[in-house]
Design a protein around this ligand. Structure first.
Ligand code: ADP
Ligand code: MG
Length: 344
């Protein structure tokens, strides 16, 4: 048999494949958009969702806005205001760096951007298809900041659309992302609602992390929270967070982890923490743990996955071990103080 001919893929096909890797479900798209709003120094972020984000995902912020001149290349792949040199990856203070989010979204959804900077007298609005600006940005009314409107996500990816779970489940994922960011970024006000409905999540501007945990996860958790912090010289890390003491237990382990301000997964750390708690809690009971881990940016590789959801860092095993030991001590302390408290 003749070998098949090797051909270069069409650029549109390449872009759609790449987009599907970055945006796997509505919650991924929303995470990128929230990070953009935070990068733009917003203090208020409002999110509106229709049909689990598949029909509509809209995010409005009051950040710096986008310059009208930049609309032309805004949604092209690898256009960013944040990264210039590869080496800068290790000193990034922004969430974004790859300039792929808006481009990706424009390849798999209908994207409209409305934005006003401080110096503009009006806002400008434009839509984008497959990375390209459609027409010229139109002047329109609007406040300072940006509104990103994503409609009909995955309209051109039928298999993906079918594989997704119910709108209710997608909304749940979206809500988790919003809640976690709202807790970590407590100075920023967040709101989430279904189109035409009331806010399901709302945190005030300039709130605190404890206050937001209380608003979002309820008093049962908030009143059993203890502060957990740790500084470690040898492995150059700082840890801060709030965790429930051993009085509190729940069926599902609630684990919120930010590493250098990025919402990430770290299965090793998650498992280890759950294990430490298991000695103190009844069978099959779990805790609530919010941790913010700061590593030396030079020790952290944020570039191992397009969704940036997984990170790798130096001395991972030792750092996890160190955290587990400190947690053990902390829980032991909280256990003693509880016994002491009940006896008193
Ligand atoms: P990245 O965040 O990696 O730079 P994105 O595709 O997410 O790439 O965004 C491209 C650029 O668009 C950003 O670098 C930023 O300049 C601009 N931008 C996107 N969203 C916003 C926003 N909400 N407010 C202000 N600027 C934004
Ligand atoms: Mg971005």
């Amino acid at each position: 048999m003749e070998p098949p001919e090797i051909r270069k893929l069409d650029v549109e096909v390449i872009n759609r494949i790449a987009a599907g890797e970055i945006i796997q479900r509505p919650a991924n798209a929303l995470k990128e958009l929230i990070e953009n709003s935070l990068d733009a120094k917003s203090t208020n972020i409002q999110i509106t969702v229709k049909n689990g984000g598949l029909k509509l995902l809209q995010i409005q912020d009051n950040g710096t806005g986008i310059r009208k001149e930049d609309f032309e290349i805004l949604c092209e792949r690898f256009t960013t205001s944040k990264l210039r040199e590869f080496e800068d990856l290790h000193k990034l203070i922004t969430y974004g760096f790859r300039g792929e989010a808006l481009a990706s979204i424009s390849h798999i959804a209908h994207l409209t951007v409305t934005s006003k900077t401080k110096n503009d007298i009006c806002a400008y609005q434009a839509s984008f298809v497959d990375g390209k600006l459609q027409g010229v940005p139109k002047p329109t009314a609007g406040n300072q900041g940006t509104i990103i409107t994503v409609e009909d996500l995955f309209y051109n990816m039928t298999v993906r659309k079918k594989a997704l779970r119910s709108p209710a489940e997608e909304y749940q994922k979206i809500s988790e992302v919003v809640c976690k960011y709202a807790i970590h970024n407590s100075s920023v006000g967040f709101a989430l609602k279904k189109s035409g409905g009331n806010n399901d999540v709302r945190t005030p501007v300039n709130s605190t992390q404890i206050e937001n945990i209380k608003i979002i996860y309820g008093n049962a958790i908030a009143r059993e929270l203890i502060e957990f912090s740790l500084t470690n010289e040898p492995f150059k890390f700082k840890l801060k967070g709030f965790i429930t003491n051993v009085n509190y237990s729940t069926k599902k382990f609630q684990f919120l982890l930010f590493i250098n301000n990025r919402l990430v997964d770290c299965h090793g750390l998650k498992k280890c923490i759950d294990q430490v708690y298991s000695t103190y809690l009844p069978n099959n009971a779990h805790s609530f743990v919010y941790l913010s881990l700061e590593l030396d940016p030079g020790d952290l590789d944020v570039n191992i996955h397009p969704t940036k959801h997984e990170v790798r860092f130096l001395n991972e095993d030792q750092i996890i071990e160190t955290i587990a030991t400190a947690l053990e001590t902390k829980l032991l302390g909280s256990n003693n103080s509880r016994v002491f408290f009940t006896q008193a």
